[in-house]
Design a protein. Structure first.
Length: 164
């Protein structure tokens, strides 16, 4: 008995067929830019997640809007994709592990972007953070760092580069 359980959108794109050859497989829908919930326009307010203005219908904005719509129903840690994958895997083991031999491939997409931990973990590890939610990381630390950290980084740069 073999099984595959994953939430990796790229494994299930047309023509990929990663599930071929398994006795059973389950795909947890909605991760990243999976068109799970119909999202035709990117009219969501993204200011909570990014400071930079992106083109109205640019690919990055559309992909991010798709992800936010896919997970709009979440209410707790129980709803996150990694939790769904692990619950599904536990269910598979309960149903089929008595059939010997067996192999289960469990492949969650997390911790890849979008990095979207439950709120209780964010507050436990970064209780004083007041910046934007870094679900889709920016390459610019200025998008996340409070002014006092930015000032400290500036002084470090001056110490490292005395000629400037």
């Amino acid at each position: 008995m073999t099984g595959l359980i994953s939430d990796i959108y790229h494994m299930m794109k047309p023509g990929k067929n990663f599930h071929r050859g398994f006795h059973s497989w389950e795909w947890i829908r909605g991760q990243e830019c999976d068109p799970f919930v119909p999202t035709s326009v990117s009219n969501l307010d993204l200011s909570r997640y990014m400071r930079r203005n992106l083109p109205e219908n640019g690919p990055f904005r559309l992909m991010f809007a798709q992800y936010l719509n896919n997970r709009a129903w979440w209410r707790s840690e129980f709803d996150h994709y990694a939790a769904q994958v692990m619950r599904c895997a536990a269910g598979w083991l309960k149903r089929y592990s008595h059939r010997k031999p067996w192999m289960l491939w469990v492949d969650p997409f997390d911790p890849h972007e979008p990095r979207d931990p439950p709120a209780e973990y964010v507050s436990a590890y970064s209780p004083e953070y007041e910046g934007i939610d870094p679900i889709r990381p920016s390459a610019f630390t200025a998008d996340y760092a409070p002014p006092r950290i930015q000032a400290h980084q500036g002084s470090l740069r001056r110490q490292m580069h005395p000629c400037r």
